[in-house]
Design a protein around this ligand. Structure first.
Ligand code: 7TS
Length: 407
């Protein structure tokens, strides 16, 4: 087992005081806090390494390039990609999905072709497909969910058709925590020769990722959800597909030769990395991977799950509180609504107790509609949270009831 006090010491922000109370950060699905090791790496980079990459022969630039490319190797190893050039740096999950929509899908889509997504997607895994559908006349199809917030798997066979050009779905729902049977879904699509994109934004902090085992064509994630910096993420793609895809953006660093008549492009991964990249944060992502790799992951996930079960049981005891989404397989994310109190009011009142929770549609408006709610309050845990913090959350929710005079 690990020592929670030692873990918490790794995250300086957890000592922050908010509204006169110790910060209790329960919005980890939006972004996770950063360990000192990541913060130190960013500072060290700007103090000792900062130079542009891939461009110069001087020592500092070579040092920056080496660290930046070493971070790519760390990601490759962490997600078990076969080749390092299958790891494309992007701004985050959103950019990764847009890249696949425009570079992989758009050139092959014809009017009437279909893109299959699910009813629990984040807007980042809906809107890029809608844009490309509008550009080509393709159609979006949606795999529905049941009242527990699980995919209705029986409908999949009918929705994967000869017109389906891609199946894109989330590994874990950011809004209701459902963990999807990812491998099964991928295999089902592959039986019909349909490529798959996995939105791995919420997977990074909760599951060990092995893209070779999953055998998905594309996998998207953001460093900031897995204890790394904002502004950096990764698109993993199978090499043979990435090689065939045209560049997504044009500019410096992604070319081999340029003339006004014709430009030839760099090899992978640089073909997809136009312009000066986010060097510092890529290296910071590497530091987050180093940090996670030296922890006992199994123990962390066991502990996080205990927090989740404890919170869920306690929340269920509160009269008038309804949990949205109760899948059998759930990550440490709980969405709920309370009779007589709008989620935004819940969020504001618990904030006065120092408790940070999310109150919104969680960028999953179609999912909110499915459950007939405009928004929910959402608590999402990390391994640095504690049982004592859950007690304060419960007190704060009783405070909400008091304010609204609820039973
Ligand atoms: N997909 C899922 C499943 C997500 O949870 C998010 C962000 C994204 C895609 C987009 O990631 P980005 O890093 O490119 O923004 N989810 C959330 C959330 O739940 N609250 O704030 C952001």
């Amino acid at each position: 087992m690990f020592n929670i006090e030692n873990i918490r010491k790794d995250f300086p922000i957890l000592s922050e005081v908010i509204n006169g109370k110790p910060l209790i950060y329960l919005d980890n699905a939006a972004t996770t806090q950063k360990p000192q090791a990541v913060i130190d790496t960013l500072k060290h980079y700007y103090e000792h390494t900062n130079a542009n990459v891939h461009r110069s022969v001087y020592t500092l630039s070579e040092r920056a390039t080496k660290e930046y490319e070493a971070a790519r190797d760390k990601v490759q190893k962490y997600i078990h990609a076969t080749h390092r050039e299958e790891v494309i740096w992007v701004r985050g999950t959103t950019e990764a999905i847009n890249l696949v929509a425009q570079s992989f899908l758009r050139p092959q889509l014809k009017a009437g072709d279909e893109i299959l997504i699910t009813a629990m997607e984040h807007h980042a895994n809906i809107v890029p497909w809608q844009l490309v559908a509008e550009q080509t006349g393709a159609v979006i199809k949606v795999l529905p969910i049941n009242d527990q917030g699980e995919l209705i798997l029986d409908e999949l066979d009918n929705l994967l058709t000869s017109r389906t050009k891609l199946f894109a779905f989330t590994y874990i729902s950011n809004a209701i925590g459902t963990i999807n049977p990812v491998k099964w879904l991928i295999d089902k699509a592959h039986e019909k020769g349909i490529p798959v994109l996995v939105d791995g934004a919420q997977a990074l902090p909760h599951v060990k990722i092995n893209v070779q085992q999953l055998n998905c064509e594309f996998f998207a994630c953001s460093a900031h959800k897995g204890y790394g910096p904002t502004g950096i993420g990764v698109l993993y793609g199978k090499k043979e597909l990435l090689e065939k895809m045209p560049p997504y953006q044009g500019g410096g660093d992604m070319i081999r030769t340029v003339s006004f008549e014709k430009t030839t492009f760099a090899e992978l991964p640089l073909k997809f990395e136009a312009g000066t990249p986010n060097i510092a944060d890529a290296i910071g992502f590497g530091a987050a991977i180093d940090y996670l790799s030296q922890l006992d992951w199994k123990a962390l996930m066991h502990y996080e799950h205990e927090l989740f079960l404890m919170a869920k049981e306690a929340l269920k005891e509160i009269p008038g509180l309804r949990i949205i989404g109760e899948a059998k397989d759930q990550a440490s994310i709980i969405s709920f609504v309370m009779d007589g109190a709008h989620p935004h009011d819940i969020g504001t009142i618990v904030d006065s107790y120092g408790v940070a929770i999310r109150a919104s549609h969680h960028c999953a408006m179609p999912l909110m509609k499915r459950f007939c709610v405009p928004a929910t309050a959402r608590v999402s845990f990390s391994f640095y949270n504690t049982k004592e913090e859950i007690q304060v959350l419960l007190e704060a929710l009783h405070g909400v009831k008091k304010v609204f005079g609820l039973p």
